[in-house]
Design a protein around this ligand. Structure first.
Ligand code: AP5
Length: 221
């Protein structure tokens, strides 16, 4: 069986984190979300967190240099030897080059890029209804993935919050940045014959099913 060394690509709110969580449950590979790592740094008040907070809140991209070190350090860890999901990196063509360099240095190969394809309107709907637990980071949706009670985390009872960059005006900006900077990666990985496009407009269960089938095929190749 081939290892699952994956990139999850897609617009903000496509469901990358949601599907990744389910893939982790099934295959046990680590989920490396650069957004989560940066948000953790902000919550911890670290030097990195102080540097990136305002950039993230405004929906802009953090500098490539900071991401390079963060991703290289994470992929160097032992748990990535048996597979990984990169979610949110690379996010532009320069970062794709950086990733090539990192993978080469660490002697790792990419198995495939899973592109979660969803329309802008669906993305805006999903994001405006997203709520997260500030304590455990669990992600909910007021329409599709409701907490059991009001807006309280099922796991630890903490009141859910809306991410600062999920405010309506910032979401449109993030989507435009995705179109300008990130979507060229679709062409790059298509030319390399590494991308699989998934229709991610269905329910979470439906998207999971398509992704699991795709991953089984990738493992067999
Ligand atoms: P990041 O956290 O990576 O944000 P993103 O790419 O914008 O992705 P999201 O987390 O918004 O969405 P998602 O696709 O994971 O969707 P989710 O599963 O939550 O990055 C945040 C910021 O960090 C960036 O703006 C930037 O500043 C910085 N950053 C990060 N990486 C960087 C990099 N490489 N370079 C530079 N800067 C970087 O789902 C969304 C909602 O929809 C949820 O409520 C969920 O419950 C719901 N949902 C999911 N799937 C479905 C479905 N099938 N049907 C209905 N609802 C669904």
């Amino acid at each position: 069986m081939k290892k699952l060394n994956l990139i999850f690509l897609g617009p903000p709110g496509a469901g990358k984190g949601t599907v990744a969580k389910d893939v982790v449950e099934r295959y046990g590979v680590p989920h490396i979300s650069t957004g989560d790592m940066l948000r953790d740094a902000v919550s911890a008040g670290s030097e990195l967190g102080k540097k990136v907070k305002s950039v993230m809140d405004s929906g802009q991209l953090v500098s490539d240099e900071l991401l390079y070190d963060l991703v290289k350090d994470r992929l160097s860890r032992k748990d990535c030897n048996d597979g990984f999901i990169l979610d949110g990196f690379p996010r532009n063509l320069d970062q794709a080059e950086d990733l090539d360099k990192i993978l080469k240095e660490l002697n790792l190969n990419l198995s495939g890029v899973i592109f979660l394809d969803v329309s802008e309107d669906e993305v805006v709907k999903r994001i405006s209804n997203r709520r997260v637990c500030p304590k455990c980071s669990r992600v909910y949706n007021l329409i599709s993935l409701k907490p059991k009670k009001d807006t309280i985390c099922d796991d630890d009872g903490t009141p859910l919050i809306q991410r600062e960059d999920d405010k309506a005006e910032t979401v449109r900006k993030r989507y435009q940045i995705y179109i300008d900077k990130t979507s060229p990666l679709i062409k790059l990985y298509t030319e390399r014959n590494q991308i699989v496009t998934i229709d991610a407009s269905g329910t979470v269960d439906k998207v999971d099913e398509i992704v699991f089938n795709t991953l089984e095929e990738l493992r067999q190749e």
